[in-house]
Design a protein around this ligand. Sequence first.
Ligand code: 26Q
Length: 819
Amino acid sequence: KTPGASIRTGTGADDLRQAFLDNLVCALGRLPSHATSHDHYLALALTVRDHVMERGVKSFERGDTQQIRRVAYLSAEFLPGPHLGNHLLNLGLTGTADKALDGLGIDLDQVLAQEQEPGLGNGGLGRLASCYLDSLATVGVQSVGYGIRYEFGIFDQTIRDGWQVEVTDKWLHGGNPWEVYRPGAVQEVKFGGHTEVVTDAAGRSRVHWVPAIVVRGEAYDTPISGFDSDTCALMRLWKSEAVESFDFEAFNHGDYDRAVEQKVASENLSKVLYPNDELHRGKELRLKQQYFFTSCALQDMLRIQSLRGSPPDSFHRNWAVQLNDTHPAIAVAELMRLLVDVHALEWDAAWSVTRATLSYTNHTLLPEALERWPVDMLGGLLPRHLEIIYEINAHFLDEVRAAFPGDDERLARLSLIDESGLRYVRMANLACVGSQTVNGVAELHSELLRQTVLVDFAALWPDKFTNVTNGVTPRRFVALANPGLGKLLTKTAGKSWPGDLDKLRKIEPHTDDPRFRSEWREVKLSNKRQLAALIAERTGIEVAPESLFDVQVKRIHEYKRQHLNLLHVLTLYLRLKRDPKADIPARTFIFGGKAAPGYFLAKRIIRLATAASDLINNDRDVAGRIKVVFFPDFNVRNAQSIYPAADLSEQVSLAGMEASGTGNMKMSLNGALTIGTLDGANVEIREAVGAENFFLFGLNAGEVVALKRGGYRPRDRYDSDPLLREVIDFIGSGALGGDVDLFQPLVANLLDHDPYLLLADYRGYLNAQQRVSELWMDPEAWTRASILNTARMGRFSSDRSIRDYCQRVWNVNIKKQKK
Ligand code: 26Q
């Protein structure tokens, strides 16, 4: 027992109730008779946090005494979702908490509903980071997720007159019971200024960076529990503060404004998350954010290892550092600076340590998403880092010249500096050069990485490259989100599946059992009823739970082709208008997702979905046949209500564009069938669940390249396909309401450019949707395919991904071996 912990962490319902009441009165100063639901939430959160903290402290202690190599996951984004329900599940305390509160006449669900989720990410990449912390804790790996404590996370989305309207996210306003401020872990981060060469006490010349500005980084810790595990992960997020609350010198000179300005500028660093994913814009504040949290993280790791009594030259034995995309790639130069300038290592020794420590995960092939910073901007903000990058580049290019003598073009492509015009630092190149291992996030993506964006690096260092296919946590996305399914799985496959997802195979023999099938359908229908109620509450739209729920939820992007889905919706609508007797099963089309505020066409796509919704839902001719819903504010909490209710999962990105996708895994795991292209992890999902249980359509990645190279002309498709012409003309006609040229930009884009080949894939998509309808009309066959989807998805647990990283990338041992 940890001293002092026992009174607060008893696991009976009476203990929990007492701890809850104590927290209500002693920590929150509320009388039970006067407490609101929000007070109840805070009191229960504090109670549960005690349990989690107790485990966290013990596991961290073990890591130090055993000198275990820890994993540091550096990510500009995390999307943990609401914590409370997940901790209760992981600790096995859900039933106990329910009982404890019930004794006080308090409803647990109402308490859980009070929590504001931390929206500290845009989408897939941020959610993946949180799934990985969950799995690191679950499989028993010591780990810290380092990131930024944004005061304002991703905006809340509301829909007004059919348009997305962004509302500031105020997640900290109700107070955050999960985080603990760590005054002992403060760091200083420098910006600007210049460098000088000085001679140190030992007579060696060293570079000294004289900054223009220093900012304070303050650490806030959020414990992340694991399922049935005594290991806890830590999410350590950095908040920026001014070094002094006032610049007293400026103040005394009467320059009050300047003094305050400095303070405000420092605090602004961690103020707000940039809401654009997959598009790099060279905004200086973004670079400052990246350097700020990366520097805090590396300094913190050096501090922790020195507490162990371990010297800086064994940094790589203490830490495996994973770079979640290039957002923290400045770590390559920062670690070199810390080792060489601060800890006095020789360059070559420092370089060996750096390369043995860092690894890089790439999440995109889109050229517009690759990060590059103007040399002048980077040099102005981080003068010492620019020098270091030049030096790394000089050594690196020598190596390239030795391997490929006389190949200047290759040299120019590999260089850390893009010199084709204005000069830029290429962050993906920096990450590759400074890393032990480079990986993509699905087999196809890793293959395309080696063949395209990083082809020259793959030629140079073939062994550096590997694949780790993404995964998702079955705790949050099955056990917690879909308790009905969870119960059925436990009854059929035993209770170990959440921690050992391959156990789902055990349900496969029940596929042909009519009783099991009908229980399966009952679970899905019940989830759909719940979602229907939520849709009515949020949008006022009534949908039929018996209809096919056809779901596309993800960030809105042209490459994800929500508008291809809408072309199908409107094609069906026009067909029903023309032929009211058409044999089309009832469908509910559900869309959800945020558009980057400045992404013009993405916002028009949302507007097209809401226009289709207004038109179709109010047309009596198609009543009871099709409905369209745009579900506002897709976030982790809403996702947990939507995934379990999906019959059909739309994964229709243009082949070669979606690195992996993870929503595809979440829906299939919850028994949805996928309609999709051969893109990202769809390829592996299809292999796993069986081609006959997956609706495949569209060009493959090779055909996409060939078609584009051969001069694709979308207008030819329009001219030659009457159905396509009809639906596009309809969109352009003003019949969907609003301004007549509301959708002109979309129509013109498709007819004149169609960069994501919607028109080329339109027919294949319609045909696949026809096959969907046919299978849906055979409920037994559909149910069979649905069961097989869940049964065969075990491989996509993030526990498997983490085991892969441990083996292929981090070289750390797993505490909990698979039983
Ligand atoms: C970069 C620079 C400046 C501002 C913002 C950004 C930025 C922010 C977020 C760039 C990219 C992102 C997020 C990318 C992302 O979520 N990618 C997705 O990652 C998933 C996890 O690997 C994959 O499943 C998806 O396929 C991929 O699109």
